[in-house]
Write a protein that binds this ligand. Sequence first.
Ligand SMILES: [Zn+2]
Length: 318
Amino acid sequence: MSFLKYRSIYMKFLVSLSFLTLSIFSFGQVNPNTIELIDYSDFPFAKTNINIENSSSDSNHVNANLLSITKKYWDTTTYNSYKNVKIDFPVEIKFNDSTYTPPINFKKVVTSRYGWRRGRPHRGIDIDLVTGDSVVAMFDGVVRFANYSRGHGKTVIVRHQNGLETVYAHLSKYAVKTNDIVKRGQLLGHGGASGNARGSHLHLVVNYKGVSINPEYLFDFSEKNKIRAKNIWVTKNWVQPGLHNSKRQTKLTILNTKEEAIASLEKQKKVYIVKRGDTLSGISSRNNVSIASICKSNYIRKTTPIKIGQKLILEYVF
Ligand SMILES: [Zn+2]
């Protein structure tokens, strides 16, 4: 009994203490939950729209940083708000963490990769799920788009502090709205097959200023959930689906400096002599050089017959 009595007195003490603290805070100080500390002069959207009620009160400066990414090219009505923006590759993408939060909370099965697929570019990675499964944010960020997009169906796009946008497509249901601040791991919506999808899956895209990067260059989609490095230089080779095959992972060499990135672009050439039984697709897959690239460097068409003894130039871009 005496323990309970002491506990009750202790609780009363705590309540009055926190009341006192609150009074001190509200008198002459800015409520830590407001975002008035930020200069809004060039924030056309942020002042009225950004929803901070879901974020924790101790993250004022985090909110300020996140809001800075909503300053430019913040169009919540379109899939790509960076239309006509030119990017000079290579670009550096920086990460503070060594892991990402997996967008689904069970083992990831990748059913299709970034790259050329059925004669068209596939600019994301497909992760298997069942309609209704939760889809969560990979990193902290602000929801830039939560709407129907042609082909992608119901789509949520989150912009992150480092300039990347992660895109979660073919959803069946939204759990956020545009301008919401989200934490990594926060529910964004439920998976599905909306838009142009063959069966339910998550089509995950990683964009930088409107350009899709091969997500596997940045992230390891095994159960390790690793970010491949803290500083990653992205060359134009990693943003061209035509140089990748949706059926297999491209050989990875992570470029950590600008010098490495530039050096990697100096094409390595190799001369290949056609043998009996060779086909363009066989040479292409054995040498990890796309058919398109072989055709280009040898001034031939995909349909041009190749002869035994013919010399073909293979240009490696990775
Ligand atoms: Zn896809």
